[in-house]
Design a protein around this ligand. Structure first.
Ligand code: ADP
Ligand code: SF4
Ligand code: MG
Length: 352
């Protein structure tokens, strides 16, 4: 997890990414100016409530958005120095597999019902190993099924997706995504549907992959507990923007954005006392068609400054704070945020 990159430029550079969809109801600003970098050997966790733009961001990195009048993508996404935003579909297809790969939340979206699991994994393998023999590809598929913890992989390799349970399908999809040892892996809520033991096994597998191939990993989840086990750094997304970005220690122990405080207060695993009432964040995530003015979090923020105040008027910029590597998009002065966190948020046990 902590291996440093040896290349001058990080493997992934995302710069002012904007993704907009034109729908009958209006323009959805799904991603609105997201920037981050990720070198090989590091894991970035992306957290945020449902609808905050996490999946749209990862699909953009993979070059998977259907291009056309209804979908507008702006900004830069450099994968290994090549800009995904300006590439053709054919060019991004060539990069998927070993330059970058993705594990989706729903395995049925990645597995074809008509082909055996083995055939789908060998097909993915042969795209990047065209000279591999049939036997070698099959051997590799069995090895991958074994590595993701599928019992009797020699038999299972010839089964169809519908013969696998939900958890097994999820693992088969992970096997398929990892078959070409991708340099960048995006895992979009990969363990949400799995039980705790399998979840731990998959997280171990991702950590092994990283050690072996020095991969960059993006782990998307709404579960900060998962992030704390695997990530080196965390990006907190709200309404298509970055609210906070820092190392895992900075975000878990001294978060500075009121929305991040809300996320931390709603994690059961971080509370010492299981009887203690968790505090879900009040209100709902905003529509990304009518994003609230100024700070998009202001209608739900207990610390907003309004009448007069900047919170409902100006979009807060993501700015570096005094701790290197930690940045926050909030109008509150840093000393005020530290005081609130220390006196109010840490009282519920988050900062222990
Ligand atoms: N193809 C699309 N057309 C229109 N709106 C979309 C499309 N894909 C995603 N959205 C909208 O973009 C927003 C962000 O979605 P998403 O990235 O999937 O959120 P999440 O953080 O839960 O992964 C949501 O409001 C979603 O409804
Ligand atoms: S900018 Fe204002 S509304 Fe937004 S999180 Fe900070 S205090 Fe709350
Ligand atoms: Mg999603």
């Amino acid at each position: 997890m902590t291996t440093q990159s040896t290349t001058a430029q990080p493997y992934l550079v995302v710069e002012d990414l904007k993704v907009r969809f034109t729908t009958e109801d209006g323009v959805v600003r799904a991603v609105d100016g997201v920037s981050f970098e990720l070198p090989r050997g590091r894991t970035l966790g992306i957290v945020g409530e449902s609808g905050s733009g996490k999946s749209v961001t990862s699909m953009a990195v993979m070059g998977l958005h259907a291009r056309g009048k209804r979908t507008e993508i702006a900004g830069k996404i450099l994968v290994n120095g090549k800009n995904i935003v300006t590439m053709t579909d054919e060019e991004t297809r060539k990069m998927r597999g070993n330059d970058m790969a993705m594990v989706f939340q729903d395995p049925l979206s990645a597995l074809h019902p008509f082909y055996t699991i083995g055939r789908q994994i060998t097909t993915a393998y042969k795209v990047h190993h065209p000279r591999a023999s049939k036997e070698d590809a099959r051997k590799r598929a069995i090895e991958m099924l074994d590595r993701v913890g599928i019992p009797e992989p020699h038999r299972r390799v010839d089964q169809y997706p519908h013969e696998f349970s939900g958890g097994m399908r999820q693992r088969a999809m992970i096997a398929m995504a990892l078959v070409n040892n991708p340099a960048l892996l995006i895992a979009d809520e990969p363990t949400t549907a799995l039980d705790v033991t399998v979840q731990a096994q998959i997280l171990d597998l991702l950590t092994d992959l990283q050690k072996e191939f020095n991969s960059a990993i993006i782990m998307i989840t709404h579960d900060l507990g998962v992030i704390s086990q695997i990530a080196d750094e965390v990006l907190v997304m709200y309404a298509g923007r970055v609210a906070e970005h820092g190392s895992i220690e900075q975000v878990m122990r001294s978060a500075q954005h009121p929305y991040a405080w809300g996320l931390l207060e709603s994690i059961p695993s971080l509370h010492g006392d299981p009887e203690e009432d968790l505090k879900p964040i009040k209100g709902n995530p905003p529509s990304l068609i009518n994003v609230p003015s100024g700070c998009a979090f202001h209608p739900r923020c207990p610390y907003r400054m309004m009448n007069p105040g900047p919170c409902d008027l100006e979009v807060p910029q993501l700015l570096a704070i005094s701790q290197p590597g930690h940045s926050v998009a909030c109008h509150l002065p840093e000393d005020r945020r530290v005081a609130i966190y220390t006196n109010e948020v840490s009282e519920v046990g988050v900062a222990q």
